[in-house]
Design a protein around this ligand. Structure first.
Ligand SMILES: *Cc1c(COP(=O)(O)O)cnc(C)c1O
Length: 495
């Protein structure tokens, strides 16, 4: 690639008078005089002027600077995209789905309402909960909706002193954020040395503050990829003090078909369809964060709801008559195309194959962990599920950090894992390969990680100054965050 030419901004490639198109003569030009003068431009818009091939190559080359799951291995951790079959994209894009309007009469979109309704039932079966709403548009939106359900439940019992939410220190950042947005106070629960919720600390908190606890938010396996084996005790402690258990099911893949939040004592949960159930995410959407509740909490779920009438065999959309409902929490029904993909995913895997997801995700993660633990520090041993965390390189004498390793991986064509999260360790490097990678792909990654460890020992400068082969080298994160230069004009001025 000729970086000098095509890596520039399109404005820098501009040559006055250069044209890349030919359009018919503007028939309406004479009518410009009829427009009010204050609406007319005083001078021509400043647009780049380039020939056709320069424009096409410019944008094509820019697109090559992207990296996605279709480009290479993407072992992120926590927010990893799982399996996203392309066929589901094609099905969701069918005009029979994508061409529908949310306000059209229910009798003209019975198939869509059937899918909506049936997906809710499938999610109930997978999670052991009683009812789902598909309305929330993201994981965090689901958390907020779920917490609002919990608050509505306490208030319906006249118990309005419950304003606190227990959240483990390993939790995803959206958990405390959602609690705060919901007007609740966050109480942090410590982890024990095994990376599990500290029962001792939880007992203490429940004893001291039990009457003000609305809920405990958790995920299992937790963000370290470890199964919280004390979950029955934890749920009992929280329930006994009058609180509810909230399950963060953003990443449900290690559990699918084996183990259900409803059976573990959770009362309310959300799922990220755009992680576990076949919608690629990134760049802000579209997402879907369905919320499920156990029996007895259905009345608080938001509207609109899709209702099936057995007698007429018809589906309808209902908004009224739900006195205790939260009401609307967004526009219409949420992101329907994400639901179509999730529905296709669940049905095409089927009951048998869906049970393979968790074991394969666990096997892949364990294979990488065991293969690399001589070079990378494993702060918590024992069994992991779909993901695990290293605490940087084992040999700390080289001064090579997790950031350096992550940057060096880019030179080898891999997306970097999640770094410096969870906050429990100084040099967290969190890896989730997902269930759908081949052994050869995993071996390639393992080899490169060993290679980087060797470079760190033999030539640490090489790793500390990486990346060397990307269009832009190491950026100064602090400067970029504190003093972002985001426009061409500003850049010209700076130079
Ligand atoms: C991704 C994620 C969330 C938040 O989901 P969004 O759709 O990004 O709002 C919450 N919890 C966990 C564990 C996650 O991985």
């Amino acid at each position: 690639m000729n970086n000098r030419l095509y890596g520039n901004l399109i404005f820098e490639l501009s040559k006055p008078g250069r044209r890349g198109y030919s359009l018919p003569k503007n028939e309406y030009k004479h009518k410009l005089g009829e427009l009010p003068a204050h609406l007319l431009r005083a001078k021509d818009a400043e647009l780049p002027e380039c020939d056709e091939m320069t424009v096409v190559r410019h944008y094509t080359n820019l697109s090559h600077n992207n990296f996605g799951v279709n480009d290479g291995f993407y072992p992120l951790g926590s927010c990893t995209m799982k399996y996203n079959p392309v066929i589901n994209e094609e099905l969701a894009a069918l005009k029979e789905f994508a061409g529908k309007h949310p306000l059209q009469p229910a009798d003209t979109c019975q198939t869509l309402l059937f899918i909506y309704h049936d997906l809710q039932k499938q999610l109930c079966a997978l999670t052991g909960l009683s009812e789902f709403t598909l309305n929330p548009c993201a994981g965090a939106h689901g958390e907020l909706t779920g917490l609002m359900v919990i608050r509505a439940y306490h208030q319906s019992r006249g118990d309005d002193k419950r304003t606190k939410v227990l959240i483990p220190d390993s939790a995803h950042g959206t958990n405390p954020a959602s609690a705060a947005v919901c007007g609740l106070e966050v109480v942090e629960v410590k982890s024990d040395p095994d990376g599990l919720v500290s029962l001792e600390h939880l007992e203490e908190l429940v004893k001291e503050q039990g009457e003000s606890i609305a809920a405990m938010m958790m995920t299992n396996p937790n963000t370290l990829g470890i199964f919280e084996k004390n979950i029955p005790e934890i749920a009992k402690l929280v329930h006994d003090c009058g609180g509810l258990m909230y399950y963060d099911g953003a990443n449900l893949n290690p559990m699918l078909g084996y183990c259900r939040p409803g059976d573990m004592g959770f009362d309310v949960m959300h799922i990220n369809l755009h992680k576990t159930f076949s919608t690629p995410h990134g760049g802000g959407g579209p997402g879907s964060g369905p919320v499920g509740v156990r029996e007895g909490l259905e009345c608080f779920l938001p509207t609109p709801r899709v209702v099936y009438d057995e007698e007429t065999n018809e589906y309808s959309v209902e908004t009224g008559d739900y006195e205790q409902s939260l009401g609307s929490i967004g526009s219409f029904f949420g992101n329907f195309n994400v639901m179509v993909k999730a529905y296709c995913y669940i049905l095409s895997l089927g009951k048998e194959n869906i049970r393979m997801v968790g074991p394969l995700a666990t096997l892949n993660a364990t294979y990488i962990k065991e293969s690399l633990k001589d070079d990378y520090l494993l702060p918590i041993g024992g069994l992991n599920k779909h993901e695990f965390v290293f605490d940087g390189l084992k040999d700390k004498s080289t001064g090579v950090t997790t950031m350096d390793v992550a940057k060096r991986l880019l030179d080898y064509g891999y997306h970097a894992p999640t770094i410096y999260f969870p906050l429990l360790f100084h040099e967290s490097l969190m890896i989730e390969p997902t269930e759908n990678e081949s052994k050869e792909t995993l071996d390639g990654f393992i080899e490169v990680m060993h290679q980087i460890a060797q470079e760190a020992r033999e030539n640490p400068e090489l790793v500390k100054t990486a990346p060397h082969l990307t269009p832009i080298g190491r950026v100064d994160d602090v400067l970029a965050a504190k003093h972002p230069v985001v426009t061409f004009r500003q850049m010209q001025q700076e130079l």
